[in-house]
Design a protein around this ligand. Structure first.
Ligand code: RTP
Length: 155
């Protein structure tokens, strides 16, 4: 089985305020569902400043950091956990380059966005950060382990 060569991972995907306000929630979720990943957590959430700062702590020294924090806390976001084989890197491919003007057509940012500061979606950049971010954004009881009755493309 080819699938067993890669690890089952989890990643944190977040639809940012621009994605929610532009009505792109269904479109983004749809792309991950159609790819064949498994949804393990999903909520609409207005993020407090301290959580935004913790999430983006590696960018603290960047000049755009204060604007990024203001933006991400400016309205509700959609928080998601997705699980699957190689999901971390695959999600980054589905999302596309950070600058939407450099993102390939066919990717979420390539198809749906123009500005780096309004690039619709976040995705964890490593399996370690996937675990860290899911633990950061979700409380106990908000994540679900479930097995489809018949869906061999998921396992
Ligand atoms: P993300 O964490 O949102 O998936 O984005 P990323 O890994 O592709 O990019 P990263 O470098 O981690 O930056 C995080 C987010 O900060 C905003 N940003 N603004 N020059 C700028 O104004 C600038 N650079 C980055 C973007 O929203 C980026 O997604």
């Amino acid at each position: 089985l080819v699938a067993s060569m890669e690890q089952v991972e989890e990643t944190y995907i977040m639809i940012k305020p621009d994605g929610v306000q532009r009505g792109l929630v269904g479109e983004v979720i749809s792309r991950f569902e159609k790819k064949g990943f498994k949804l393990t957590g999903l909520k609409l959430f207005h993020c407090p400043k301290d959580l935004a700062e913790e999430h983006y702590k590696d960018l603290k020294s960047k000049s755009f950091f204060p604007k990024l924090i203001d933006y991400i806390t400016s309205g509700p976001v959609v928080c998601m956990g997705w699980e699957g084989i190689g999901v971390v890197a695959s999600a980054r491919k589905l999302i596309g380059a950070t600058n939407p003007l450099q993102a390939e057509p066919g990717t979420i940012r390539g198809d749906l966005a123009v500005q780096t500061g309004r690039n619709v979606v976040h995705g964890s950049d490593s399996p370690e950060n996937g675990k860290r971010e899911i633990a950061l954004w979700f409380k106990e009881g908000e994540l679900f382990e479930w097995t489809p009755v018949q869906a061999p493309w998921l396992t």
